[in-house]
Design a protein around this ligand. Structure first.
Ligand SMILES: Nc1ncnc2c1ncn2[C@@H]1O[C@H](COP(=O)(O)OP(=O)(O)OP(=O)(O)O)[C@@H](O)[C@H]1O
Ligand SMILES: [Mg+2]
Length: 311
């Protein structure tokens, strides 16, 4: 029985409802206690300082200038309940967990090419959009780190609501060939954070996301951004996420710890190529009402590399 299996089993058994997140790397011990904090490990601290290092400049500076000049500037009205890094409070509940998640992704990036990350989950309402939005924000908080957040959930788009902006023009218009890329990339008031909304409602979503234009878009925009975070529909009911994953470098599986049945998670995981699955973000894990648990950390990036991590 694999360690990810153990981790997910324990997550399913966990019935507390207090909200929190934790990245369960697939090799890491699935040590999410029902009570009490897990201390932040030295490895996590090291990774955090690493994450703050300046990122290398994109190779194509002309294209970056073009990006900055041509993207429509919009004023977002973020929902600060869910967009944790738009609020005034630096240490708002949940922000530390996203910093830890960021550190873990930087650690993974030392071992593999990692820039385009799909946020997936088994079933609706597990928190994919919440994780995608906050991961994009915490990445963009690093000086000089340019981040693109894409709402590729054409079925139940939500990111434009969380950001407080218009859904159009967005991804669906681009995929239908109605507009070019710079017309759909929004710039708001958070420096370094760029956003592609879902676009207008369409039918035939699976065919549209797999018509080749999404891959083209991601390949074209990749040199301009340090991270591209892609939200997606739930993986069990429809095949969109499994298709989009093939255009990305890795998949983070969001699991709602107090609700998603283990067998459903396992079935969803099988929708993704083994090489792509980076780990599991447990959303809604219990956290004691204790200031120490604000620094909750679980899991570590495997020393033996991502292949072993997926066993
Ligand atoms: N850890 C959390 N703490 C607080 N609120 C959360 C958390 N995770 C999710 N939520 C809230 O739960 C609701 C569902 O989350 P979200 O929309 O991110 O899920 P989803 O998986 O993207 O759902 P859908 O299938 O509808 O796209 C949202 O209102 C979101 O703000
Ligand atoms: Mg969503």
């Amino acid at each position: 029985m694999s360690r990810i299996h153990d981790a997910l089993k324990r997550a399913q058994q966990d019935r507390s409802i207090y909200e929190g997140i934790g990245l369960q790397d697939v090799e890491a011990p699935a040590a999410i206690p029902a009570t009490g904090p897990i201390p932040v490990t030295p490895a996590a601290d090291t990774a955090r300082s690493h994450a703050m290092l300046p990122v290398s400049p994109p190779s194509d500076s002309i294209a970056v200038d073009t990006l900055l000049a041509r993207c429509p500037s919009t004023t977002w009205a973020p929902d600060t309940e869910t967009m944790l890094f738009f609020g005034a409070e630096e240490q708002a509940h949940g922000t530390e967990q996203f910093r830890t998640l960021r550190s873990q992704l930087y650690q993974l990036r030392e071992r593999q090419s990692l820039r385009k990350i799909l946020i997936a989950s088994s079933v609706p309402r597990e928190g994919r959009s919440f994780v995608a939005a906050n991961l994009a924000q915490v990445m963009a908080r690093q000086p000089g780190c340019r981040v693109l957040l894409i709402d590729a959930d054409l079925r139940s788009p939500r990111l434009h609501l969380a950001l407080g902006t218009s859904p159009s023009s967005g991804l669906s218009e681009y995929l239908l060939g109605e507009t070019e890329e710079f017309g759909i990339i929004q710039r708001g008031q958070m420096e370094n954070l760029f956003f592609v909304a879902s676009g207008r409602p369409v039918t035939g979503q699976t065919e549209i996301v797999s018509n080749g234009r999404l891959k083209f878009l991601l390949d074209r925009l990749e040199p301009l951004f340090d991270w591209i975070i892609v939200d997606s529909p739930a993986a069990i009911p429809v095949s969109d996420a499994g298709l989009i994953a093939n255009f990305c470098d890795g998949v983070l599986m969001v699991v709602r710890s107090n609700s998603t049945p283990f067998d459903i998670v396992r079935k969803a995981r099988q929708k993704f190529n083994d090489e792509l699955v980076l780990g599991v973000v447990l959303n809604g894990i219990p956290v004691e009402i204790d200031p120490q648990t604000q620094h909750y950390f679980s899991g570590s990036v495997p020393a033996s590399g991502p292949k072993a991590a997926r066993e």
